[in-house]
Design a protein around this ligand. Structure first.
Ligand code: GLC
Ligand code: GLC
Length: 646
């Protein structure tokens, strides 16, 4: 009864709103279509927003403006995109396809600009890429803009990259090539040059209420007691002093990235407008940047607050009303329990998998698979309509976000172990092959993260410096192994620009005054024509990695089990081997076994294959493996045991 009356309350509200709203800018047919969507989704939107904004006497007024915002977004959605929405609604899990492989890149690092990138679509297509995440390409401050994550205007493309028209053309051409476009929705903060921030600086109260501004340190001090510091080497605490205003402003990240105040429903409404604008450019995936931070409350750590989830669901609901073909990708680089909470068909259909990423690196460093197996055995499974985005490197640092409890169950002290991992990947641990850089060391708690390119962290840089072919072979084997894992473990593999070419660390940022303080730039290399040429040189590192990756992508696309299947982690309890099985609902299975050590290891086949099974072919080595045999795995070898009959 309770839900019935709640529903009728929302519908009564909708009825009233519809009577007051003027949608005459929509055709009769469009109006009908829009209202039908509202009837389906508004009750949920209402149920999400009322508890979040119950303190606001003017909520009704905000709901009305929100409805107008949605109607305008609907009006601006092209018929081509509406058509795409329709086909996506008929196949809502389109992103689970076995052919889905993603790549993330900066427009100006892989091309000159948007027009040039449009001419380069074929490169991605040839590689087998089906979704391309273009790093923030919006107008942002000159100099340091946190790699574009300080957005000054969503509706203006960074003039250095091109124009909105060119972005739309690119989106169209990508769609024609079967490549989905992912764009960033940076909704936790804006740059201090954004129009709203400018107006706030000029004294406009309405826009000051878009941010968290404080006259003195009293509240910031209280908040700070519970907050994590994300960039402690930029500034201690989470607030920045504004000289010209004589105020403090909430800045979780850099001083020029002002956090938005979602306690103000006008902020939600305004950001829905920006989100729909991005959706209407023709993107398929919106990456929800720093989504864990969007709800702030005194006494709370202000990450992963239940109301952050409600807001994200409310954003998703708005998307269902206007642009249901677009899905959300969660960028929650937090504790694995919390990462999981963002993953739901009505919240984020896709999510980065930072646990897999961190534990893959952990297994490479330790040559042991216990923590990987033990953690993933219970943490890999998610709602089957959703999908992991599996990656080994990205434009950011590596944070060691495993669960300390899981580590303790294996006798590992999480704190000490993180110190070891940082030492190992920055090359300070004796015998380490990795060449990474430390990032954001916090002297108070010893916390630190690591930056570096895939190839340099895997030992290629050191091997080339030492001119040791054996070390080079090991480094390449590591790269191929971990690419193999993200390609097969279940979810969308996401390759980072340059990793398909085994590109090393780029230290040129150290000479750029706008970048030198931010070690993440070590892994944001310009992909030069010379680097691309390398793949033609047989047996160059680039060639080896590139060939292997292409082959993996091609195989992946051949087997439906790699798309809409499920994963089970096999509890092998072997110190160095890691195994999993992919399975379709019809019982088709592919088995995988990975050796994370630089030595050979054996395992008896019956630990993996059921005894009554026919021998299976390993796609990668071409060898056959049977349940009754003893299997020998070479250093860093991955077995991909497909079905005998197909
Ligand atoms: C995300 C981005 C990162 C950025 C931060 C603030 O974590 O990936 O690059 O610094 O958000 O926007
Ligand atoms: C994010 C994450 C952190 C990430 C960072 C950018 O919010 O929590 O791990 O890499 O911002 O450095």
């Amino acid at each position: 009864m309770a839900t019935l009356s709640a529903k009728s309350e929302s519908l009564r509200c909708l009825e009233k709103l519809l009577a007051e709203c003027d949608f005459s800018f929509l055709s009769q047919r469009e109006q009908k279509h829009f209202e039908k969507r509202l009837l389906t989704h508004f009750p949920r939107l209402f149920d999400l927003l009322v508890p979040v904004y119950q303190h606001r006497y003017d909520l009704y007024y905000h709901l009305r403006s929100l409805l107008m915002e949605l109607a305008h977004g609907f009006a601006q959605r092209s018929s081509k995109l509406k058509h795409r929405d329709k086909s996506r609604l008929a196949e809502p899990d389109w992103y689970r396809d076995e052919t889905m492989v993603g790549m993330a890149c900066y427009v100006d690092l892989v091309a000159d600009d948007l027009a040039d990138l449009t001419d380069k679509i074929d490169y991605f297509k040839q590689l087998g890429i089906r979704y391309l995440h273009l790093m923030p390409l919006y107008k942002s401050p000159e100099g340091d803009s946190d790699g574009g994550y300080a957005v000054s205007d969503y509706r203006t493309v960074d003039p250095k990259l091109g124009t909105t028209k060119q972005l739309k053309q690119l989106a169209n051409k990508m769609a024609d090539a079967g490549i989905s476009l992912a764009l960033d929705f940076v909704f936790n903060h804006t740059s201090d040059e954004c129009d709203w921030a400018q107006q706030a600086k000029a004294g406009d109260q309405e826009h000051q209420d878009f941010y968290f501004l404080f006259d003195d340190r009293r509240l910031p001090d209280q908040y700070d007691q519970h907050l994590r510091e994300i960039f402690p080497s930029v500034r201690r605490g989470c607030f920045s002093y504004l000289d010209d205003m004589d105020k403090w402003v909430w800045t979780t990240f850099n001083n020029f990235q002002w956090d938005l105040n979602y306690q103000n429903p006008a902020v939600f409404r305004a950001m829905v407008g920006e989100m729909l604008y991005l959706a209407n450019l023709g993107c398929d995936i919106l990456r929800l940047d720093a989504l864990a931070f969007v709800w702030k409350e005194l006494g709370h750590c202000c990450e992963n607050h239940p109301k952050a989830h409600m807001l994200i669901q409310a954003f998703n609901c708005c998307l269902q009303i206007v642009a249901p073909g677009v899905v959300f990708k969660s960028e929650a680089i937090v504790h694995p329990d919390e990462v999981a909470k963002y993953i739901h068909p009505e919240e984020c259909q896709l999510s980065y998998n930072p646990l897999l990423m961190a534990l893959i690196w952990n297994s490479l460093a330790t040559r042991k698979t216990r923590l990987l197996e033990h953690s993933l055995a219970t943490r890999f499974e998610i709602n089957t309509d959703c999908c992991w985005v599996n990656y080994v490197r990205c434009h950011d640092d590596i944070g060691w976000t495993f669960d300390d409890g899981n580590a303790a169950e294996l006798g590992i002290n999480g704190y000490d172990h993180r110190l070891f991992l940082n030492q190992f990947f920055t090359g300070h641990f004796e015998g380490s092959y990795a060449k990474g850089m430390g990032f954001q060391f916090n002297p108070e708690n010893g916390d630190c993260r690591v930056c570096g390119s895939l190839a340099s962290l895997c030992g290629l840089e050191q091997a080339l410096e030492m001119q040791e072919p054996l070390l080079e072979a090991m480094a390449l084997a590591r790269i191929n192994l971990i690419h193999g894992i993200i390609m097969t473990i279940g979810g969308i593999p996401l390759i980072y620009q340059g990793d398909e070419l085994a590109i090393l660390n780029d230290y040129s940022f150290l000479h750029d005054p706008h970048k030198t303080h931010d070690a993440r730039w070590v892994n944001r290399p310009k992909i030069t024509p010379q680097a691309l040429e390398q793949v033609r040189l047989k047996n160059s590192a680039a060639y080896v990695v590139n060939q292997h990756l292409r082959q993996l992508i091609q195989w992946r696309g051949q087997y439906p089990v790699m798309g809409r299947g499920t994963t089970q982690i096999i509890r092998l309890e072997h110190p160095h081997l890691f195994a999993y099985v992919r399975q379709t609902e019809h019982g088709h299975k592919h088995y995988f076994v990975a050796n994370f050590s630089d030595a050979k290891h054996q395992i008896s086949g019956s630990k993996i294959l059921p005894v009554d099974q026919l021998p299976r072919l390993d796609l990668i080595s071409g060898q056959s493996f049977s349940a009754s045999g003893e299997w020998q795995l070479m250093p860093y070898q991955l077995l991909w045991l497909k079905e005998s009959n197909g």
